[in-house]
Design a protein around this ligand. Sequence first.
Ligand code: MF3
Ligand code: CO
Ligand code: CO
Length: 249
Amino acid sequence: MITIKTDHEISKMRDAGKIAAEVLQLGGSLVKPGVSTKEIDDQIYKFIKKHNAVPSFLNYYGYPASACISINDEVIHGIPSGKRVIADGDIVSIDVGVLLNGYHADTARTFGAGNISEEAKKLIEVTKECFWKGIAFAVPGKRLGDLGHAIESHAHANGFSVVEDFVGHGVGTHLHEDPDVPNYGRAGKGLRFEKNMTIAVEPMINQGVPDVLQLKDGWTVVTKDGKLSAHYENTIAVTDGEPLILTSL
Ligand code: MF3
Ligand code: CO
Ligand code: CO
């Protein structure tokens, strides 16, 4: 069931989203060669707690950390670990959810550590562009298929592929709500957007093939060909005009 939020609910999601944006910025500032993903997760946990909020992912279906931190060919759901130390040239995706006053906000970015390749920079940049191309259609009357198609087209035009096995989603009192928000689709098809829908739009873009595999840890999703993947996610609200980014600073 898709829930249309009240303005008051959206303002609560904005409060959660501000903390999520701040903690993501903090996480990104810690992405450096020699730092373990566990150190970053610990800081993220502390920051969320200090703001009297709850990490949405911790214990979600048994997930053991506050953030998902995924390096290079890891697409999403990388589990922070003291043994996982960032190296120069790595690209590091941090995804974090914040629950405040009953509402979730969900946001992710890919950061570069030290000197990253031109191809890695391009992948990160195009993934961000895919998000913006997509949400241009998150307006009343346009459809989910328009949003997905815009993302897919931009990725393909740049020689990249779109992960299809994982998608964006509605967000609100639950981290994952209806509808699914795929990063692919057919223009003019699918659900129509309505004012005060809140969704997480999160392109996951691969350098090589779109296929992914799940590791034996039960969480980490990696590219099948071992090539790089980037992620860019914000929680947004549909309005009468431009979409409102709830996970902004
Ligand atoms: N953040 C993911 C998303 O963007 C969900 C992570 S759930 C977890 O939808 F359990 F893996 F943390
Ligand atoms: Co997320
Ligand atoms: Co999400």
